[in-house]
Design a protein around this ligand. Sequence first.
Ligand code: SAM
Ligand code: CA
Length: 277
Amino acid sequence: MVKHGLWKCGSSEEQGESISILFLPRPNTEMASNEGKHQTQLIGHNNLPHKSLLQSDALYQYILDTSVHPREHESLKELREMTEKHPRNLMATPPDEGQLLSMLLKLTNAKKTMEIGVFTGYSLLSTALALPHDGKILAMDVNREYYELGLPIIQKAGVAHKIDFREGPALPLLDELLKDENNKGSYDFIFVDADKDNYLNYHKRVIELVKIGGVIGYDNTLWGGSVAAPPDAPMMDYIIHYRPHVLELNKYLGQDSRVEICQLPVGDGITLCRRII
Ligand code: SAM
Ligand code: CA
């Protein structure tokens, strides 16, 4: 069952993306048109103050059924289904977002990439499958056990040779990379999907590591919709805890002249940053 809501929350104390608790009623978007001469039923966003087309769980399910699941690589499907049994499944990248990452990597001809926050590896495998045979991913996570759950599937897919997994907190690893001038401006694509309270710290570092014209993707930047919720709205502690950090990041990125940005409402929101200087 697909869940959409104003914001999501969950029991995880980690950086998980979890269940929706609050659902706004969808406006009735059917309306009569043509000056009342013909009662034509239009389905659209005519009654909404915005232009998002994603109005229902059924619409998201339609996207999955029609465009995502039929094209999902068999190894990604296996990894997704394995992860669905994990108690922290809600941290996993959804398959439509995996498809987006794959498309972006191919469109940009990415070869040298980085991922911060691996979990069982759905976005990692999406990346590994999208890269050319000699492509590389520097993947970081504090928890190797999560990565090892997905590793046999990644190996079976024949793409494990592209992955250099490093266990540990990402910040010191990034600082280590920055000591070598050769690493600066050398990454084509960087996906950040770990501890949200460090996203600005990551940004200060990865902006130097990505090449000019390269892309950084920050995940969960809509934070279950909580970024637009009133501060006194009911939210889980975990949402409340990270929300100021996500808000701060979004504000910072909105004004950072070193990047062009694009906020996409895919998954829990992904902000793409293209380095321009
Ligand atoms: N991209 C993953 C996927 O496709 O399933 C989901 C990543 S999950 C939302 C966040 C991950 O970040 C967890 O696996 C967690 O162990 C990791 N993490 C949390 N804090 C971290 C840190 N300081 N450095 C590196 N990884 C961290
Ligand atoms: Ca995420």
